[in-house]
Design a protein around this ligand. Structure first.
Ligand code: FES
Length: 96
């Protein structure tokens, strides 16, 4: 059975993003009411994913050298690299 840790509230988000500290750093993005959690550490040389721009295909672009990561899978576009992703339940059903 999955267990969840409360990491933030909706009011914590600034520009639809929040950097949580749980099992390392997790960058959480809010897009069209959905939440995506992804490691904040770029697989290239550890750039801060939280500072990346979002592209129209659902990728976050690392601000240091431009590697792109799918927020759903953590797979990098155009390379075999991958970062960890996290389920981000929210709303009344996530509260216990
Ligand atoms: S550190 Fe992210 S692309 Fe280089």
């Amino acid at each position: 059975m999955a267990s969840f840790v409360r990491v933030c509230q909706k009011g914590n988000f600034v520009h639809n993003r929040y950097l949580a500290t749980v099992n390392g750093k997790v960058a959480i993005f809010r897009i069209d009411g959905k939440y995506y959690g992804i490691s904040n550490v770029c697989a290239h040389i550890a750039g801060p994913i939280i500072d990346g721009d979002l592209d129209k295909h659902g990728y976050v672009v690392c601000p240091w050298h431009g590697h792109r990561y799918d927020l759903k899978t953590g797979k990098a576009g155009g390379s075999p690299e991958r970062v960890e992703t996290f389920s981000i339940p929210h709303g009344p059903s996530a509260r216990k």
